[in-house]
Ligand binder design. Sequence first.
Ligand code: PMP
Length: 362
Amino acid sequence: MIKVYNFSAGPAMLPGDVLEKIKKEFLNWKKIGLSITEISHRSDIFTKNTIIIEQDLRDLLNVPKDYHVLFCHGGARGQFSAVPMNLLTDFPKPDYINSGFWSYNAILEAQKYCKPNIINVQKLSSSKKKYVENMNNWKLSSFYTYVHYCPNETLEGLEIFEEPQIKNKVFVGDFSSTLFSRKIDIKKYGIIYACAQKNIGPAGITIVIVNKNLLNNKKKSIPSIFNYSLLAQTKSMFNTPTTFSWYAAGLVLKWMKKKGGISKLEELNKKKAKILYQYIDTTDFYKNSIKHSHRSRMNVIFHLKIKKLTDLFIKEAQKIGLWGLKGHSVVGGLRASIYNAMPLKGVETLIRFMRIFEKKFG
Ligand code: PMP
């Protein structure tokens, strides 16, 4: 069997150790003779595990005490609705930053509830490279409101490393494809959310980290499963949670701790991204069109100079075990998602393949 590296943007590669552990204990979790998939979420054994999972998450991200950690349904798109539904009473006209596909989709959803102030921040440099304007230049509205943005645009491979410093604004970040990949200062945000299927675990569970001060909303019209106050009160168990995904996320968090925590993972992520971009920059055969300052460490987007070779590239790569390199249909081209679970060796193997492909067809 060839070694397969999965470069898919999500559901993405999971750490091999985690998959092995799931396999080993799948039919007999904690030696109780039952599978994790058949245990009540209200049982002591499950709830105890969720407390450990929350603590591991808090340890890894250094989440302050005045923040709730919620384990929700509905993926990141669910949060595109949950955020305005929970915050709008206090912040009637929010600022929405448009930096690409996902932040724009969050805007489309918010428009169902309000008229957001839309701020376009994606720019093109004189050398035709995409970048995002510095936060200081974002034309935020002058009154107190929340600001929604997406620190890593998964489709375009555009990442905002700068963290919010602006006073009198509540920042809400869709961290779906970058949470746990680098250190962040939770205190700078009112809400951080992320779907699981990139750096956290199998699809299903959605993480929301929310400042307790934002939970004053008594509005009765918020659907219960998206109501942050209710979810906090019920310890994310208002209804049946996605138990398997929650459990598996817990194993991934333990794996991250074992790896040395976020700073170690960040170091490795920098290295993986650096060698891949460096290689792309050494040749005309491959092209990345993002300015260095905003190149995503998680989603490396590239195109072939000879576009018609794209399908062949994907096919040949798959033959030797390099999966999931097709770019999103909206932007086309190629995308190597190199989340935490992707080892350095996987990136090196991809580069080796790219070299060979270039020699053959360049
Ligand atoms: N935001 C970002 C940044 C994403 O990458 C994705 C998924 N690729 C989403 C939102 C949507 O996530 P979901 O499918 O879990 O709703």
